[in-house]
Ligand binder design. Structure first.
Ligand code: IPE
Ligand code: IPE
Ligand code: MG
Length: 234
């Protein structure tokens, strides 16, 4: 537990491919090592006082990768991440999902639905996985749902407020995002949590995702605790 640490941390897990390349290994080996890092960080986060951890696992733009890589990533999701479910449940953790994950293959959708249902009542920690997630896609879907309510005469256009938009986002039930971490040295959001990032603190590390561990997470959390957030005020 770190005083003044973030409650909700979101991570752009990047650099699996470069980690593998540096070892003359196929990209899949990097993604597998990335799954090990996920396991480590899901254990470490609650120890550091983090209540909600959101992980960017597959973006709505990652479909642009070669078919073989996409299918490798989907297999990992099927076999590894979901195998962690038992441990999540044992540790009182609940699984949440953001993104258009219902558009994934039906067997994956079914497993994800079962996993969410099985952990629904857990409240010690929340792991949120962003799957087939894009901030622009999320906002587009939110606008569509609000437009449908306007068209149905349920709400007036002027009744649309930031609060109403927030309630239409995938993250409606989550606490505000305090800290966004990106690994691998890239300094961009790549369509992650565009609306939610408004007043989040950003932290970048050259560490590649497969090398990310509790010590690096602790460094991010301690840096966050020393920052002053002003939200436009004084
Ligand atoms: C992040 O690692 C994992 C996903 C995007 C699924 P990358 O696969 O993007 O790794 P680099 O950026 O090529 O090193
Ligand atoms: C962002 O990483 C997406 C995930 C980590 C899932 P990318 O590797 O896809 O981002 P770009 O292409 O470098 O912007
Ligand atoms: Mg990348």
């Amino acid at each position: 537990m770190i005083p003044g640490g973030p409650r909700h941390v979101a991570i752009i897990m990047d650099g699996n491919g470069r980690w593998a390349k540096a070892r003359h290994m196929p990209r899949l080996a990097g993604h597998k090592a990335g799954v090990d890092a996920v396991r480590r960080i899901v254990r470490a986060a609650p120890r550091l006082g983090v209540e909600t951890l959101t992980l960017y696992a597959f973006s709505s733009e990652n479909w642009r990768r070669p078919a073989e890589e996409v299918s490798d990533l989907m297999s990992l999701l099927r076999h590894h991440l979901l195998a962690e479910l038992e441990e999540l449940d044992r540790n009182g953790a609940r699984l949440g999902l953001i993104g258009d994950w219902r558009a994934l293959k039906p067997d994956i959708v079914e497993r994800l639905e079962n996993a969410m249902e099985a952990t629904r009542h857990n409240s010690r920690f929340q792991l949120v996985v962003a799957l087939n997630y894009g901030g622009q896609d999320e906002l587009t879907r939110a606008v569509q749902s609000l437009a449908a309510r306007v068209a149905a005469g349920e709400i007036a256009p002027a009744a649309i407020t930031p609060q109403l938009i927030e309630a239409a986002l995938d993250t409606a039930a989550l606490p505000p995002v305090d800290l966004i971490i990106r690994t691998s040295g890239e300094q961009r959001l790549s369509n992650f949590l565009l609306w939610q990032a408004a007043y989040a603190e950003l932290w970048f590390t050259p560490t590649l995702w497969p090398d990310f561990d509790e010590a690096v997470l602790r460094e991010a959390v301690e840096t966050f605790a020393r920052r002053e957030r002003r939200y436009g005020g004084l």
